[in-house]
Design a protein around this ligand. Structure first.
Ligand SMILES: Nc1ncnc2c1ncn2[C@@H]1O[C@H](COP(=O)(O)OP(=O)(O)OP(=O)(O)O)[C@@H](O)[C@H]1O
Length: 256
């Protein structure tokens, strides 16, 4: 469970990223966060694992305040949170397996990791994770030999190998074509359903949000302006979130 309590974020230049956010995200939800560019979606997502420090309020992850956590406590809370980025964040010259194994670094000593000494158990977890996203046969390929969609699946496998309880995905399909987008979103959804991993995804395509979410949160100017089910997220509601009617480029048109 993730709780935002009166969370605000002001950037050093004075820009308000988030303004008094109060939200509770339950275990197992598949939440899609929508809003115009600059609405605060990335700031919201990245504040959960403290990639961004909030300026006010508190974020509680599985009962522990990540806002107040230090040292080992912070490390342990972060270990439960997997991050998926638009640009995949892989070590391109390393093998796929090596990239997935990097999800295990939080469980071992720095020295052991520098020497690349991953226990057999970790390798089994990593291979299982690759199998779950259907790219087991790529385990020994170099990451940069894979297509964009396959690279994103490697990053999902890395979060699985990390045994993350929460996955935060910041525009995970923004660099992908429609077919690959569907495959990656299907992977995220399947993992969410099969493993009960709480999943929060920032998306800017409205139809994708409706197709995959169990709950949609709409942001505008750093504030929550919509929080409801897919059924409630009508075109009119989206127009309210965006402050204007929906435009064609906000629909991806992915086939079901
Ligand atoms: N490092 C930063 N310094 C100053 N202002 C920032 C910084 N990062 C984001 N902002 C501002 O904070 C607000 C929210 O940005 P954020 O990136 O969270 O929006 P977003 O909804 O994710 O947008 P996009 O869809 O374009 O990524 C915007 O006004 C943005 O310009």
């Amino acid at each position: 469970m993730i709780e935002f309590k009166n969370v605000s974020k002001v950037y050093p230049n004075g820009t308000k990223g988030l303004n008094n956010i109060n939200l509770t995200m339950q275990k197992g939800e598949f939440i899609v966060v929508v809003g115009l560019s600059g609405a605060g979606k990335s700031t919201l997502l990245r504040s959960v694992n403290r990639l961004h420090e909030v300026s006010g309020g508190e974020i509680i992850v599985n009962g522990k305040s990540i806002t107040k956590a230090k040292g080992r406590n912070l490390y342990e809370i972060r270990r439960d949170i997997g991050m998926i980025f638009q640009n995949f964040n892989l070590v391109k010259r390393s093998s796929v397996l090596r990239n997935v194994l990097s999800g295990r670094v939080g469980y071992h000593s720095t020295l052991r990791m520098m020497l690349g000494m991953f226990p057999q158990h970790d390798k089994e977890l990593a291979l299982k994770a690759l199998d779950r996203v259907n790219i087991l046969e790529k385990a020994y390929s170099r990451a940069d030999e894979l297509s964009g969609g396959q690279q994103q699946r490697v990053s999902i496998a890395r979060a699985l190998a990390q045994e993350a309880k929460i996955i935060l995905a910041d525009e995970p399909v923004a660099s992908l074509d429609p077919l690959t987008t569907k495959q990656v979103m299907d992977d995220l959804k399947r993992i969410n359903e099969e493993l009960g991993i709480t999943t929060v995804v920032n998306l800017h395509f409205i139809d994708l949000a409706r197709q995959y979410a169990t709950r949609i949160i709409g942001l505008r100017a750093g504030e929550v302006v919509f929080d409801g089910s897919v059924d409630e997220a009508t075109d009119e509601k989206f127009a309210e979130i965006y402050g204007r009617p929906i435009q064609d480029e906000e629909l991806m048109g992915v086939a079901k």
